[in-house]
Design a protein around this ligand. Structure first.
Ligand SMILES: [Zn+2]
Ligand SMILES: [Zn+2]
Ligand SMILES: [Zn+2]
Length: 162
């Protein structure tokens, strides 16, 4: 069982999450000979600004706000960077929210399931072999070939329950 739920919902030094995520991304891209360009890095950093999923429009918005002196960032550039990060498994897309979230364990095989707080938006990612087995078993019985699976569970996080 893999999860980042302990930190995703509670107060912590989030700079460490960002630094760790950027560090892992650099290592993975180096190992795969994929180019981790400054724009891709900035997009990843923007998505990792919190543990809440961010829509593509918000990513563009936040980037153009923080880079006032730099040349204007065009949405297609950002969308291409998002696609790159998705392809590398550095972020995931949550279809129920049409938003993106940084992956805390890229490069490791994991079953993507997400616990999304409907009040504050904080989202934890989990991976569990038993969930994998259950999905495989159900799909197998239906002779169904599984492509991608992202399981999204909506509810209330521990911080919002009080
Ligand atoms: Zn954090
Ligand atoms: Zn992940
Ligand atoms: Zn919450």
């Amino acid at each position: 069982m893999l999860t980042n739920s302990r930190i995703a919902y509670h107060r912590h030094d989030h700079k460490r999450c960002i630094n760790a995520a950027l560090c892992r991304a650099r290592e993975l891209c180096d190992a795969r000979k994929a180019r981790f360009t400054p724009i891709r890095e900035t997009v990843l950093k923007t998505i990792w600004a919190s543990h809440r999923p961010l829509g593509a429009y918000d990513i563009v918005d936040q980037m153009s706000q923080s880079e006032t002196s730099a040349p204007r960032i065009l949405p297609p550039t950002v969308y291409r960077a998002i696609q790159f990060l998705l392809d590398q498994g550095l972020i995931h897309r949550l279809s129920s929210l049409n938003a993106y979230i940084g992956c805390p364990f890229p490069g490791n095989y994991h079953s993507d399931f997400f616990l999304i707080c409907e009040q504050c938006g904080s989202t934890a990612e989990c991976s569990d072999d038993q969930v994998d087995h259950a999905v495989k078993h159900a799909a197998g019985r239906a002779d169904f070939q599984v492509g991608s699976k992202v399981i999204e569970i909506v509810g209330i996080c521990p911080e919002c329950q009080v």
